[in-house]
Structure formats: C-alpha cells, structure tokens
Design a protein around this ligand. Structure first.
Ligand code: ADP
Length: 666
C-alpha cells in the first residue's frame, strides 16, 4: 500500500479523498493556493503545501508546482480529484517522468476520451450507439448553418473540448445557430483555451443516465449500475440519484455492456463514467466518457457499498479489483443534492461571499438510513470568484426512493447556510415536487416546471397551518419572556394576550394560544387544535418543532415587523398581530416597491463583454442588450419587452456587481 499520497485538488473532493486515505492508513498531502490557506482540506491533511496565488492557472493547474510539492513531501502517488488537472493527459505524462504514480486511468484513455469528437468516433467503432450528428469540426458560421440544416433542427452546438456544460448552445433555427456559434466559440475559448466546435442532433427532453465503470490492469472491468442525472440547470447537474426510476434490468444490462465495451476498447483502468442520453423509448446514445471520479459518485457508493476512491488507489498500485460483476448488487436508493452558492430566484446565477453560518445536518449511518455530507467548507469560509461555487453535496440513502426523498427533505430543512445566496430552497422545492416524486423527469424538468423562473414554493393548506402554529407558539413564548423582564412597570408577570391574528401567504388565521407546562396549544376558529412542542432560545435560527406528534424543522428569523420563515422551499413573511393592531393596520398606507421596469440591472457579479445597443436605439422583445461574463459563462441579457435605450451607464470591460445599473430605457 502507498505510504503517502498527494491530492491535487481542493474543496469537498480533496476532503473526500483524504477520508478514504485515512481509512486505508495512508498519509495525505494537501496543496493549496493563497486563497485556501484556512480551508478544510488543508486542515484535514497530514501535511499541506502552498502552491501559489489564488488564480488556478498559477496554482491548482500548475503541473510543475504540484510535482515539486509531491517531491518535497515524499508522496508516491497523486489523486487528481475532478476538474483541474484530472483529465489533462500532460499531467500523468509529467508524473511518470518524475517517477510519481497517477491515481487514474492510462494516458491514452484520457487522450482519446478527452475530445468529444474523437471519443464519438471510437465509440461508434466499438459498437456503442451515438447521437446522430456531424463528426467533424465546424470552422465557419456558414458551415454551421449548412450542417445544422442537414442534421435537422433542433441541433446542439458543442465545444469539442467541452465540460461542465460550457460552450454549449441549442439552436432551433438558422439565426440561433449564428448566435450560438459565436457564444459557444467564446465560451470554449475562455474556458478551455480551445474553440473547436461540432454540431449534433439535439435530443428533445431526454434523460441523462450514466454508467459507472471500474477497471484494473488485470483485464477486469465491471460496471456499477447507473446514475440518473436529469435534474439540470444550464446543462449542469444539480440533483442525482441511483438507481434510475426509468431503467429496467434489461436496459441496465445493455447500457452496462456498452459502457464496458467502450472502456475495453481504450484499455481503461480505474474509475470512469460513460454518459448517455436516453429518449422516451429507452433508446440510449453515448454522450461522452469522463475519465475521472465524478462529482456524483457518492450515490453509486451508497447503493453498491463500494468505496470508489479506495478502488482507484488499489488499482493504481496494480492490485486486482476484489469483486466480479456478479458480486455487485444494487441495494436501496440514494439521492444527491448539490448545494451551490447560486441564486435560484435569479436563474441560478452564481453568488459569492462569506459563509456567516454553515451548519449541515448530522451525518448518520444506520442500517435503515444514511445521511452523508461531502463538503469542503466551514463556517466563516469564503465562496470566492476563483473556484467552483459548490458548497456541499448532501446525500441520503434508504431502502426505497420515497424514504430517501423524505430523508433528503428533512436533511435540507436542517441545513443552515447564511451569508451567500444558495439553492437550498430550490432543492427543497424539487424534493416536494409531485413530478419529481413520480420519477417522471427529463433534462427539461426545470425549464418546464419553473417556466417563469423559480419563485419559491407556495405552501399547501396543511403546511401553512403547521407554520402558523409554529410561529404563534414562538410568538407567545417571546411575549411571555418580554413580560417577565424585570424593571418593567409591575415587575411581575403581566397578562399575556392569547388571542392573535397570524398572517402568512395571504391567509389570515385567528388563533387562541395557550401555553401549558410543556406544550403550546394553538386553537383555530374551525376548532382544530394543534399541540406544539419546541426548544428555542433567542438567536436560534433553526427551530425543531413537534406538532401533533410529527417533527418539523423551520428556519425562523426575527424581522422588523414579524418573522421570516423558511420551510420546504418556501420563504415567507409571517406577521402576528393583536386585534387592535389589525384594526390599526387597516388605516396604514402600504409601502410601494420601487419601479425597475425602466432599467436594466445586472443580475450577477461579472464583466461586461459587449454592449449590443446604443443610446437612442429601439429594441425588440428578446433582443440582446448586453453580454456579461460571469464564472466563465457568457450571459446575454435580453430585453423583456420592446423599448428605446435612453442612457447607457456601463462600459465594455467594466466589472460590475449585482443590481448595478447597466442602462435606462425611455
Ligand atoms: P459537458 O461535458 O459539458 O457536461 P455533456 O456532453 O456531458 O457536456 O452534456 C451535458 C448535458 O447537456 C447533458 O446531460 C444533456 O442534458 C445535455 N445534452 C448534451 N448533448 C445533448 C444532445 N445532443 N441532446 C440533448 N441534450 C444534450
């Protein structure tokens, strides 16, 4: 067994690899940039070596610095994690020269699978079904239009070097091909330093289903079943599960066999993933092969009981995989939710900032259920513009899908994140969405179910009442505390009002609230009474309630005129008033929201890369007004309706922040 390995990565994946190394008794070396001095992976590793400034090209992407760090620390092997150098063939080549072992597949496999066009050609030869398209590079916009017409709309323009959903555009007509051609080229060149494009048929509403494979250098190759990754925004995965509700035994076997065939054809060893898109008739088409550990690998680990990182480390030392295809049994159901620093209310645009509060739910490993949280952050840490905005991967496992989902709902309710915009409410919303619960999902799920964008969840009557009881109970508790504070007029318990009006989500409920020794009884006008039990101290945000015997976790913040309550994807303002306050509020004027319809505000922090209109120009609905680059993505800001440009305040190459005024309309 290796004595010491280096992890050429950061964040949650570095931490996750360190965990397995520790389990195997292997010492670990972390590398870190100046921005990561205080990060979790540095703290967890036995040693840590600084490899330079925050900019990835000068640190995490520097092969030279990483090799130096390995030599300095005496590490024998390097695990690349995902992203960064994991799929760069130059890295294992350089490692071999330096006498270091790469914990990953052979260079030739990385090379041939690293390019989407070459890999498709290889897949076709190996007898794997591929997406119909044009197997060549597209050089000019004219050629792009010609090829697209030949394939038949809709088509997808893709970067040959692509990854992470970047450099990818769907086009339904010639004009969209023209626009997409340049956008993809720019994105590909910015993200990969390689702007080669190709075009293939866009399969409408497919599922994204992938097969995990594992090979060793003794000709053993197995597949570990599928992962369903159809819940995506911007062609990037956000919720994954294993197995897939859509895949029957026969299809699983066929997909697994094709994945293994392709892996054999390139002499694959170590862990890898063959990605497919699957149409409604269960026809599946090869998309690409990822020659590394994937972000979503935990769901496979949870249903197979196999530690993929452990297998990768063993295979890298020339050991045999210790099980056969027949030994692999899929057990139960696992779900992964990716928590991102991104704003679901603004089309999932990335957000940055300090995690002023970071309290994940407790991890659990019981025979009937598992909660696993792979993370690389700690409270007080910073989500910066330099790296991926992922905060954590929350996974749950149970015997059945409904149980795994229920456990995920509870775990999300118990996850506290403050300080940065995050997608917890969105993840909760999906976990409660009837279509997700039914398993009838495709990659178009988010687009279809949130056509106007995500606006939060509207609670059903039953949940609304629970929330009403919970807040009424907290309120009475606070009122009693207030009346107990010494130095007040009577210096003894004042009579506390027990008759309240609770306002939430446009519903007004009149309740009588009675506190007994252990519980609070909340009585409604329709005579229903709910018995509430909870523990709360001022300053607590996460409050655990038992209401009529069932457990619920709510996030409750005091705000000026009430409470902000977050529960199951809903983010609501709750007000509790006395009858007198209700009467008074009837004669108060309502505050009006500012009118922003005449201005274009920047929805994300980024760089202005082009302004596509001039002052005085008339524009049509849907016309591109300007382009902002954020997190290496080109985001075109389009007109919501027809209008005329009055003044332009931003300029090209200017860095701008969220809500900064870009232009005003007449
Ligand atoms: P990347 O390597 O950038 O992640 P992929 O080729 O894996 O790109 O595709 C990412 C996602 O984009 C897929 O999961 C799928 O949802 C969508 N996609 C890719 N190609 C097609 C296609 N031809 N038709 C429909 N959807 C596609």
């Amino acid at each position: 067994m290796f004595k010491k390995i280096l992890i050429a990565n950061r964040g949650e994946i570095a931490c996750r690899i360190i965990k397995t190394a520790k389990k195997l008794g292997i010492k670990t070396v972390a590398v870190y940039s100046d921005a990561d001095l205080n990060s979790l992976h540095v703290e967890m590793a036995d040693e840590a070596i600084n490899i330079g400034p925050a900019l990835v090209s000068a640190s995490y992407l520097s092969i030279e610095k990483i090799i130096c760090a390995a030599q300095e620390s005496g590490a024998e092997a390097i695990h690349p994690g995902y992203g960064f150098l994991s799929e760069n063939p130059k890295f294992p080549i350089a490692l071999e020269k330096a006498g270091l072992i790469f914990i990953g597949p052979p260079v030739e496999a990385i090379k041939s699978m690293g390019d989407k066009i070459t890999s498709k050609e290889l897949a076709k030869k190996a007898g794997v079904s591929i997406v119909p398209g044009h197997m060549g590079l597209i050089k000019t916009v004219e050629e792009a239009v010609e090829v697209s017409m030949k394939i038949g709309y809709p088509v997808m323009i893709k970067a040959s070097a692509g990854g992470g959903g970047k450099g990818m555009r769907v086009a339904w007509n010639d004009n969209e091909v023209k626009e997409g051609f340049y956008a993809s080229k720019n994105e590909a060149s910015n993200s990969f330093g390689d702007d080669r494009l190709f075009i293939e048929k866009y399969i409408v509403k497919p599922r994204h289903i992938e097969i995990q494979i594992l090979g060793d250098s003794h000709n053993n190759l197995v597949h570990l079943g599928e992962r369903e990754c159809s819940i995506q925004r911007r062609n990037q995965k956000v919720i994954e599960e294993a197995p897939s509700t859509f895949i029957d035994k026969k299809t699983r076997k066929k997909m697994g066999e094709q994945a293994c065939k392709l892996a054999k054809a390139v002499g694959y060893t170590s862990a890898g993933t063959v990605e497919f898109i699957v149409d409604k008739d269960k026809n599946f088409y090869f998309l690409e092969m990822n020659t590394r550990l994937q972000v979503e690998h935990p769901v496979t680990e949870l249903i197979t009981g196999i530690d993929l990182v452990e297998e990768m480390i063993k295979v890298a030392q020339g050991k045999k995989i210790s099980f056969t295809q027949d030994d692999i049994k899929l057990n139960g159901w696992a779900i992964e939710s990716r928590l991102y620093a991104e704003d679901p209310y603004r089309n999932f645009l990335p957000s940055i900032g300090r995690l002023t509060r970071y309290r994940p739910p407790n991890e659990l490993t019981l025979p009937e259920l598992v909660v696993r949280n792979d993370t690389g952050v700690t409270e007080g840490g910073e989500i910066s513009i330099f790296y991926d905005p992922m905060i954590a991967k929350l996974c749950t496992w149970a015997k059945s899908r409904p149980e795994a989902i229920k456990l995920m709902q509870d775990s999300l309710d118990n996850f506290e994140i403050e300080g940065v915009g995050h997608n917890l409410p969105f993840l909760s919303a999906v976990m409660g969405h009837p279509r997700f619960l039914s398993g009838d999902i495709t990659t178009a799920f988010i687009e279809e179910e949130y056509q106007e964008g995500f606006v939060g969840v509207r609670l059903e009557k039953k949940d609304l009442r629970l929330l009403c009881s919970a807040i009424a109970s907290i309120h009475i508790f606070k009122e009693i505390r207030k009346s107990n504070i010494s130095g007040r007029v009577n210096d003894k318990v004042e009579a506390v009002v027990d008759d309240w009006h609770v306002f939430v989500q446009g519903v007004q409920s009149r309740v009588k609230v009675v506190k007994s020794e252990n519980d609070v009884l909340v009585q409604y006008a329709d005579i229903e009474t709910q018995k509430v039990n909870f523990k709360w101290s001022p300053g607590d945000v996460l409050v655990k309630f038992t209401i009529n015997g069932e457990k619920y976790s709510l996030k409750v913040n005091n705000i000026i005129d009430g409470y902000r309550v977050r529960f199951r994807g809903a983010d609501l303002k709750v007000q509790v008033k006395t009858s007198r306050q209700v009467q008074m509020s009837l004669v108060m004027l309502e505050k009006k929201e500012a009118d922003t319809s005449k201005s274009l505000l920047c929805p994300m922090p980024g760089l202005v890369t082009s302004i596509d209109v001039s002052e005085g120009d008339e524009f049509e609905q849907g016309q591109t007004l300007c382009t902002i680059e954020a997190m290496k993505m080109e985001n075109m800001l389009k007109a919501e309706k027809k209008g005329v440009v009055k003044t332009i305040l931003a300029r090209v190459n200017q860095s701008i922040s969220v809500d900064q005024l870009i232009m005003e309309f007449e």
